[in-house]
Design a protein around this ligand. Structure first.
Ligand code: ZN
Length: 220
């Protein structure tokens, strides 16, 4: 298709100009940003206090229904547009790098999909976001040592308490060596209740002297 047509913005479908990739500048700048003033005290951090020890947390965008953020997340998750994850990951990363967000972080780890789901979708969207963050920060990412061992298909229909309960035992560390003594940045696409990131974090913290921080592409 790209041979016959110019590349179009995936939101507004206007032709992209040189230097633009996937999204036009206009749409990119119109996406509502999270822009937290602190990486310790913010509305995303509130979801984790008292539940798990963590170093810092931030998000790229604010998720609003019927907004352009919803459009890009649907493209990323359900329409095969995995490279959008990389693009938005590096864009969001570039906005927090100078504030020192990546300082002290040793390894970026995307929230894994269950292998059946990854096979069906063909990719893990969080891994592509992690890839973008890795490019901007120069910090490596690892998507092979944390595994999702339980399928969790009906999260959206559950209430918040059922979600937390449902998230226990979801993940497994196959090699603690990779994470021990390291500060790990866990990456997810959308942060809602926080139960998935929390379950992931608890699993990582089984590695001796590991510390965790969180990044979500969008905060719902
Ligand atoms: Zn556009």
């Amino acid at each position: 298709m790209n041979l016959a047509w110019p590349n179009l913005c995936q939101i507004c479908e206007k032709p992209l100009v040189q230097g633009e990739k996937h999204l036009c500048m206009n749409c990119l700048y119109e996406l509502p940003k999270a822009d937290f003033k602190s990486f310790r005290m913010n509305i995303a951090a509130d979801r984790f206090y008292g539940k798990i020890p963590f170093e810092k947390i931030t998000a790229g965008f604010l998720y609003q229904k019927e907004s352009k953020v919803q459009t890009v997340l649907e493209l990323l998750k359900y329409k095969g547009e995995k490279e959008l994850g990389e693009c938005l990951g590096s864009f969001s990363g570039s906005r927090i790098v100078s504030a020192g967000f990546f300082k002290d972080i040793d390894l970026i780890v995307p929230v894994p999909l269950h292998k059946d789901k990854a096979k069906k979708r063909g990719y893990n969207q969080s891994e592509w976001i992690a890839k973008g963050l890795s490019q901007i920060s120069g910090i490596p990412y690892d998507s092979t040592h944390l595994h999702r061992v339980v399928k969790n298909p009906t999260q959206t229909t559950k209430n918040i308490w059922e979600r937390w309960e449902n998230a226990q035992g979801l993940f497994e560390l196959r090699d603690t060596e990779t994470f021990s003594g390291k500060h790990i940045l866990l990456v997810d696409d959308v942060l809602t209740s926080g139960s998935t990131l929390c379950a992931c974090g608890q699993t990582i913290l089984k590695a001796p002297e590991a510390r965790i921080s969180f990044f979500a592409l969008a905060l719902a």
